[in-house]
Each structure stands twice: as structure tokens, then as C-alpha cells.
Design a protein around this ligand. Sequence first.
Ligand code: B12
Length: 474
Amino acid sequence: MRILLCVPRSPFDPKVKPADLALYPPLGLGYLATYLRHAGHEVALLDNSVRRYSVEPFKKAVADFAPDLVGFTAYTVTVNAALALAKCVKEVSGRIQVVLGGCHPACLPKETLAHDQVDMVVVGEGEETLREVAAALSSGGELDGIKGLWYKKDGVIRQNPPRPYIEDIDAIPLPSYDLMELGRYCQAATRRIAGRKLGTVITGRGCPYQCTFCSKEHLGPKARLRSAANVVDEVEHLVRRHGIEEIMFVDDTFTLDRNRAMAICALMVERGLKAPWTCNTRADDASDELYAVMAQAGCRSFLLGAEAGTQEMLDSMKKGITLAQTENAVRLAKKHGIDTICSFVFGMPGDTAEKAAATVRFARKLDPTFVSFTTACPLPGSELFEWAVREGRLDPATADWGIFSFFSPAVPVIAMSALSRQDLIRINKAAHRAFYMRPQYIWRRLIRLRSFSGLVDTARAFFANLGYAFTKTS
Ligand code: B12
């Protein structure tokens, strides 16, 4: 059968402050495409976050491909966009089946299916489930035995049993990169390494940590890691076959298993893969030896979730790290010449003006290369969301999902601490100024510049942050 897989465009993209705007290849849909193609289906991938089709061109693209099934991936912030595009699909032809998957539908399948234009929702990993759905639809078979699927029959919502997560994730074939417009993706300004053709790799699925703000229903609570060789095969494929020039390992924690991280680095060196890369890591994984090997293998920067400047806030968000560990991680990264981006969150339950001020002081003391000051958001799939619903602060039936982001100008979505919306906007802007307007910070950034492109990237990150810090937000 003919299957179109689609990334909806985020509704407020143009308003996101540019330093935080990143566009990455859609790995999840890429994996699904490979599975479906192996099963003999004809698959197209439309990433509307890069295409930016409005209604008519989108309908034309659908009509031209003439799919039997259209699948949308959706985050909470993009689910409204996905639903709007799904409506367009039904307007092209009511015969086309529509399925939604990804973190938002996985957390709220019933609510998602309540929309007329949605026929099915896949909960959890989609590879096996979607392949079985396609097989059933093309043979006129039943959907009721397909694990991980929610669907409608005669207008009634049906829930099949959950699907176990794939254990051997090395056995999952590579995403269909040939269906993606690689070359149209980019890093956020603060994470840009060389500003060249970007490729992303995910080296594992699932996360064992308990951070209350994180949404992890879709890939589960148990870490399943790919072997070092399997990961480096993909890096090699991207570099040699697709001309990828910089890599982002998109895992929440690339260093979840330190030995494996070091083995990945060793293999990249051994195979002469020189593409510089960046990743996300945790302060409690820091070690001199690890960072030395990472730097040698081309790691130019990483993001550390520093989150807060008081141990009390770190503990209440179940981050599982100490302030001293973050200080140690930033110090070691500097020693090995790795840039650091530390992210912080304001407005978590229990936050106050004093604690927020301590966070800003801590950020200045750490003095990483960049900071990302965000505002707490109760994402479906997180403990914070459950808490907000239980407390009566958030009603999923009336929530405007389109603003559920850490960076949207409309944040905070709801107040979850003593800090009001206006307080949080003011605190966040003041934090940007307090960090970026330090003369010694500006001087150090300037003397580190080695190339014109470095100057352009630094200027872009700097002015984007300052632009945010000084503009008026209603
Ligand atoms: C890389 C990443 C990004 C990239 C974009 C990646 C991309 N192109 O998809 C960038 C940096 C741009 C990004 C931005 C944001 N992100 Co982000 N991101 C991630 C991250 C770390 C990895 C995503 C990934 O590649 N996963 C690997 C693939 C294999 O998994 P998958 O995409 O979920 O797909 C599988 C299943 O979910 C399912 N599936 C998915 N889609 C579909 C569709 C169909 C039809 C079917 C059948 C199945 C299916 O099958 C797939 C294969 O098994 C996740 C955390 C995580 N570990 O997943 C957060 C995560 C998805 N991001 C999150 C958030 C909040 C954001 C932002 C809103 C942050 C912000 N700015 O405030 C923005 C929103 C951007 C936007 N679109 O507007 C949250 C989303 C939670 C939620 N409830 O919405 C997550 C879960 C982080 C977290 N733990 O809280 N993100």
C-alpha cells in the first residue's frame, strides 16, 4: 500500500526565539519508513517543519502521492498542527486512513482519537505496530489483534493490549535517510558546531531517570542501548553516504553507559570519522577520562541539564544530581576544551524569587559557554503533568496544546509555583541579561573567535539571546 509519513509544522515556530530554534531530521518516522519499505509498501516522507506547506500545497502533495494511509508524528506542541493537517487529508479523500503516533498521542490516545479525522493511534514504539496495521489494511484483515494500537470501530474507541518495547534495538534497521531532505536541518545557534550539513543519531531508547518535568511514556522507563559498533556504523553511513558534516547524538543522556560512550568514541577515531559532534549528558557521568576520550573523538560541545541553583529544587524535581557534580562537569569540560550549554528551568513547583536568583548566581558561577533558561511546562507523559491535573491546575480537555513548550512566548502554560506568569517572564529575561551581558563573558567569547563562520554563529546566538532579553513580551 501507499503510505505517507508526515511531520506537522509547529504552530508557533516563527515566534520561538531563534537561539533555541533547531530543526532535526525526523528519526522516528525514518525508522518507521524503513520497516514499511522492508514489508513492500511504498512510502513517502513529508517533513512540513522544513517544507512549510500551507493548506492547499499540502493537500496537493497528498493528492499527488495518493496514499492509502497517512501517519503523523506529534509532540504536544505540534498535535494541533497534526490534527489540522489530518483534516486536510480527509478533505482530499475520506477513504484515506489517518494514524497518529509519537509522545503526545501515546500519552493521550483517547483524547486524540476523539477527533473525527483520526482513525488510529499507536502507543509506544511504532515499528512493529504500524507494519501490522499496514498489513491488516492491505489484506482487509482485522485490527483487533494488533498490540499497541487504539482505533475506532463503528464509531467506538477500542484499545488493544500494549506492545512490549523492542529489546534488541541493534536489530532495528537504519532510518530511511534517503527519504529525508538532509541538508535542510540545522542546530540551534548555541549548539552549532560548524554550521554545516547536520545529521542526528539516537544511540538508545528509554530513560531510567525520574526527572519530574520529563515526558517519557513513548519510549519507556528502561534504557535499551545500541552497541558501540552499531552506532558507529550509522555515523559512518551518514558521513560517507550522505555527506553529513556534523553529528548530534540526540539521546537524553549519551553517556548513560560510560564504557559504551568511550567505546563509541574509540571506534570513531579508529574509523577516521572526523565529523565534529555534540550530545546531551548528565553531570553525574562526568569524568576526566571520559571527557578526554570524547574530546579526542570530535566532541565539541554538550548540553548539561543543570536545572537549578539550589539542592532543594534539584531534589524536588528528582534530578538525581548535586550542584557539586555540575560544577565538576563544567570544570572538566573546560579542561578538555569542550563547550558546555547548561539548561536551567524556572517555575517548577516550590520555586521562589530567591531560589530563582540562586539559579542565576549558580549559572554565572559555573560560567558555561552558553545557558538555556527555560520555563517549566507540564508536558503530558511527565510527573509534573499528573501533578498539575491532580491539583486541578490543568484540564486536559481544555488545554491549548499549541503553547506547551519551554520557550514559547506564551509560557508559562500555567503557574506551578509562587511565581506568576509576569514574574517568570521578568526573571527569565533578567537571567539572560545577567549571564550574557557580563563584560568578561563577552570578551572571552570574542577572543576565542577563530573564523568568520564562528563570528557569525556567536553573533547569532548572542543577539538572539539578547534580543529575547530586551524585547517586551506581553
Ligand atoms: C531530538 C529531540 C528534539 C529535536 C527534534 C527531533 C525530531 N525531528 O523529531 C528538537 C531539538 C528540534 C526538539 C524540539 C522540541 N522538543 Co524534543 N526531543 C527530542 C528527543 C531528545 C529525541 C526524539 C527522537 O528522535 N526520538 C527517537 C525516535 C526513535 O523516537 P520517536 O520520535 O518518539 O518515534 C518513535 C515512537 O514515538 C513512535 N512514533 C513517533 N511518531 C509516530 C508516528 C506514527 C504514525 C506512528 C505509528 C508511530 C510514531 O514510533 C517511533 C519509532 O519507534 C526527545 C526525547 C526522546 N528520547 O524521545 C525529545 C522530546 C520529544 N522533545 C520534547 C519537547 C517538549 C520539545 C520541545 C517542545 C521543546 C521546547 N522547545 O520547548 C521542542 C518542540 C519542537 C517542535 N517540533 O516544535 C518532549 C516532548 C514531550 C511532549 N509530550 O510533547 C520530549 C519527549 C523530551 C521529554 N522527555 O520531555 N526535540
